[in-house]
Design a protein around this ligand. Structure first.
Ligand SMILES: [Zn+2]
Length: 488
C-alpha cells in the first residue's frame, strides 16, 4: 500500500514539474510583438489649430432621437469651407447624404485601392440637469487650463478637424498622395448612421469602390488599461460587438382577481425568466480580438502577468473570472445581458394574463442574434414565454486581420508618434459608423489617436468633455504621418 502511494506521489510530482516546465518555457518564449520603428522628429505644433477645433465645437450639431435640427450642420459646413479653403478647392466634394461631408483627394496612381478615413459631425445631447456641472458650457468652445472644452472634443469633432487640418497642412506643402484618400464624415452616427454612413457606403458600393483599409473613431491610447502594464496601451479596434434586443412575452390563458391569485402569475413567470438570465450570463470566451490583445500586450507586462498571459492554456479560467469582475472588462469576454424594459398589468387589483420584457444584448464576435435567442430559450426553459428578436438587430462585425497594409500603417504611425505606447488589436464594445463599411474592405479599424486615463473615459458622452491642447497636437501629428505612411 505504501509503495502504491509513493508511486502516485511521484506521478503527481512529475505532472507538476511538467506543467511548471511548460509555464516557464511559454513565459520565456513569449516574445514582444511590438514592431521596432524609430519615432519621427516631432513636427512643430500648429498654435492656431486648437482654436479652430474650439470653433467647430460651437456649432450645436446635436443628434436628437425625435427631430433633426439641420441649421447647425449647414453652419458647420460653411465654417469648414471657410476654415479650409485649400481642402475644398483641391479635393472633390462628393454629393451624397448631405449634411454629411465626403471628400476625395485623388492620388497620382489611381490603380492603387483607396483609403477611407472617417469621423462624424454630430454629437450627443447634454442633459439639462447637469449643465451646471460643466466647467465651461458644452458648446462654448473655450480653451483654458491647457484644454479645449466642450461636446465633440473627444467624440468626434477632434477626428473630423484633425483629419482636415492634417490634409490641409500637407496640401500647403504641395504633397501629392500616390494613393487616393477619401474622407467621410457622417451626420447621424449617434443615431446609428442610417442616413449618413449607410448611404455613403451605398454610394461607394454602387461605384464599385473597395478600400485598402478603413479607419474610423474607436479605441484610444489608455493608461492603466491592463494589469501589469505600466505603459499606455494603444488599442486598434479590429471588430465591434453586435446588438440585439429580445422581446420576452408571456401569455397565460387567464389572469384573475388579485383576491385569490393562482399559484403562477404572468408577472411571476416573467420575473423568474429574467432572474434565470441574470444568474446565467452568456458564456465567456477568451478568443478573437481579446485574446489577440493579451498576445500583443502581454509580453510587455511585469513578470507575474507575463506568465499569466503567456499561459492562457492554463490560466484561461482564472483570467475569465478576473475579466468578469468589472463591467468594462466583462463586456469584452462575453455577450452582455441588460433588461431595459419590463411591462405587465394595468390595474392594482387585476392579475395580468400577459406581460413582456425587453432585454438588450451586446453580442461578441463568434455569436449572432439568432444564437443569442437560442441561448435565452434554453436558459429560461419556459414554453409559455415567446422569444422574438426585435428589428434592427446587428451581428458583430467581422474581425479584421492584423497582417494587412492598413493595420501595419496604423501600428507604424503609433510607434512613430507615441513611442511610449504598446500597440494591440482589441474589441470595441460600442458601435461606430464603420460597421456600414465592413463589406467594402477586409481591413476596417477603429482607433482615435489620443491618450487618456481611465477616469477620462466618463467624459465621452458625459460631463466636461475636453481634450488637452498637447494631446490634440499629437493627434494632428498622427494623422499627418498616417496619411504619408498610407499614400507614399
Ligand atoms: Zn462617436
Amino acid at each position: 500500500m505504501r509503495k502504491f502511494f509513493r508511486r502516485i506521489f511521484r506521478l503527481l510530482l512529475l505532472a507538476i514539474l511538467v506543467v511548471l516546465a511548460i509555464v516557464i518555457f511559454k513565459t520565456y518564449t513569449f516574445h514582444s510583438m511590438q514592431v521596432a520603428i524609430d519615432p519621427v522628429p516631432r513636427a512643430a505644433a500648429d498654435e492656431k489649430a486648437p482654436e479652430r477645433l474650439a470653433g467647430a465645437v460651437r456649432f450645436e450639431t446635436v443628434s436628437f432621437e425625435d427631430r433633426m435640427d439641420t441649421l447647425p450642420f449647414l453652419n458647420l459646413d460653411t465654417f469648414l469651407q471657410t476654415t479650409f479653403p485649400r481642402v475644398f478647392e483641391r479635393m472633390e466634394r462628393i454629393d451624397v447624404a448631405a449634411p454629411s461631408l465626403v471628400l476625395k483627394w485623388a492620388g497620382a496612381k489611381p490603380m492603387l485601392p483607396p483609403v477611407l478615413l472617417m469621423g462624424h459631425l454630430d454629437v450627443v445631447p447634454t442633459e439639462k440637469e447637469t449643465i451646471d456641472e460643466w466647467t465651461e458650457g458644452p458648446f462654448s468652445g473655450k480653451i483654458g487650463d491647457g484644454f479645449v472644452w466642450g461636446r465633440g472634443t473627444l467624440d468626434d469633432k477632434l477626428n473630423v478637424m484633425g483629419l482636415l487640418e492634417s490634409a490641409d497642412a500637407l496640401l500647403e506643402q504641395n504633397y501629392q498622395p500616390e494613393r487616393t484618400i477619401y474622407f467621410s464624415f457622417g451626420h447621424d452616427e449617434e443615431l446609428g448612421g442610417r442616413n449618413g454612413a449607410a448611404r455613403i457606403a451605398d454610394y461607394f458600393k454602387n461605384q464599385g469602390i473597395r478600400f485598402e483599409y478603413v479607419l474610423d473613431e474607436g479605441l484610444l491610447i489608455l493608461d492603466g488599461a491592463l494589469p501589469g502594464l505600466s505603459r499606455p496601451l494603444a488599442m486598434i479596434g479590429t471588430s465591434e460587438k453586435g446588438e440585439a434586443t429580445l422581446r420576452l412575452e408571456v401569455r397565460l390563458d387567464e389572469g384573475g382577481h388579485s383576491s385569490m391569485p393562482p399559484g403562477e402569475t404572468a408577472i411571476g413567470i416573467l420575473s423568474e425568466a429574467l432572474n434565470r438570465l441574470h444568474e446565467n450570463p452568456c458564456p465567456a470566451r477568451l478568443d478573437g480580438p481579446t485574446l489577440e490583445l493579451l498576445q500583443h500586450a502581454g509580453p510587455e507586462t511585469s513578470p507575474f502577468f507575463r506568465a499569466l498571459f503567456a499561459n492562457t492554456w492554463l490560466t484561461k479560467g482564472m483570467l475569465i473570472r478576473q475579466f468578469s469582475q468589472s463591467a468594462s472588462s466583462n463586456a469584452v469576454v462575453r455577450t452582455t445581458t441588460a433588461p431595459t424594459i419590463v411591462h405587465a398589468g394595468v390595474k392594482n387589483n387585476v392579475l395580468p394574463s400577459t406581460g413582456y420584457a425587453m432585454v438588450n444584448f451586446r453580442i461578441i464576435p463568434g455569436e449572432t442574434p439568432e444564437s443569442v435567442a437560442g441561448y435565452v430559450e434554453k436558459t429560461i426553459r419556459e414554453p409559455r414565454i415567446a422569444v422574438t428578436i426585435l428589428p434592427g438587430a446587428v451581428p458583430p462585425s467581422p474581425v479584421s486581420p492584423t497582417n494587412t497594409f492598413g493595420f501595419q500603417a496604423i501600428e507604424k504611425t503609433i510607434r512613430q508618434i507615441f513611442p511610449e505606447a504598446v500597440v494591440s488589436p482589441a474589441l470595441v464594445i460600442a458601435q461606430t459608423d464603420s460597421r456600414h463599411f465592413t463589406g467594402l474592405s477586409d481591413a476596417v479599424y477603429r482607433f482615435t489617436p489620443v491618450r487618456l486615463t481611465k477616469a477620462d473615459l466618463s467624459r465621452i458622452h458625459g460631463i466636461n468633455e475636453r481634450i488637452s491642447v498637447d494631446g490634440y497636437q499629437d493627434l494632428l501629428r498622427f494623422y499627418g504621418q498616417l496619411i504619408v505612411n498610407s499614400t507614399q
